[in-house]
Write a protein that binds this ligand. Structure first.
Ligand SMILES: CC(C)(COP(=O)(O)OP(=O)(O)OC[C@H]1O[C@@H](n2cnc3c(N)ncnc32)[C@H](O)[C@@H]1OP(=O)(O)O)[C@@H](O)C(=O)NCCC(=O)NCCS
Length: 185
């Protein structure tokens, strides 16, 4: 299998929405997966396709499928900031470095555009996303409280959380990576 990246297109929108509904279908109810896909309205691909990426997997038989994607943009109001809104990788193809490759390409383009930092946000319960962002060198921006995301073996893991970040009860974990730091290579 070979992975290639290309810039996203507005026409990728239906595939991305369908992918979210399928890829998250095993860990969520169909309704929850549909709700999640609402985080990706078409406007992101109408206005930010140029800073968003699609990872294509070509299998040995030559079949090409979408293996992952990243939707991100360069902040209009904060000139130093690039923001990653959404990243997803096909569950069958996780652990292969696809998301890291998508992030690195996004970092490189952001750096070329003069951005200094990359921001991303996730839910406190999304331990996979928190682990992924930490592995890539993101730091957690200090919030107003700490939750312990203890794992099955009882290992504690304090995570700093911003309460009501996206509205009442919508707590978030906020990440920042300084471009040019070792983590972005
Ligand atoms: C998070 C996600 C994008 C990672 O994709 P991936 O292609 O499997 O990640 P990579 O293979 O590039 O992993 C890069 C690093 O992150 C780590 N990592 C990735 N997922 C992890 C997880 N669930 N738990 C712990 N570490 C993880 C990897 O171990 C790797 O670190 P290493 O190089 O030090 O070993 C993928 O699991 C996914 O699509 N999750 C559901 C969607 C989601 O939560 N998106 C983020 C919020 S929008």
């Amino acid at each position: 299998m070979t992975i290639t990246l290309r810039q996203a297109l507005t026409s990728d929108h239906p595939v991305m929405v369908g992918s979210v509904q399928r890829w998250w279908g095993d860990s969520r109810t169909p309704e929850q997966a549909r709700e999640l896909s609402l985080l990706l309205p078409k406007l992101f691909l109408q206005h930010f396709a140029g800073t968003s990426l699609v990872a294509l997997a070509e299998d040995d038989d030559g079949t090409e499928t979408v293996a992952g994607f990243l939707v991100g943009f360069h902040s209009a109001d904060q000139p130093d900031v690039a923001y990653i809104h959404f990243v997803g990788v096909d569950p069958q193809r996780r652990g292969l470095g696809i998301a890291r490759t998508l992030y690195r390409q996004f970092f490189a383009a952001a750096e070329r555009a003069g951005k200094l930092v990359v921001h991303a946000v996730t839910s406190p319960g999304n331990t996979g996303s928190i682990a992924f962002h930490r592995a890539l060198g993101f730091r957690l921006l200090p919030g107003d409280r700490t939750v312990d995301n203890a794992d099955d073996t009882g290992n504690t893991d304090d995570v700093t959380v911003h309460s009501d970040y996206d509205g009442e009860g919508q707590d978030r974990v906020c990440f920042e990576l300084a471009l040019g730091s070792p983590g972005d290579r």
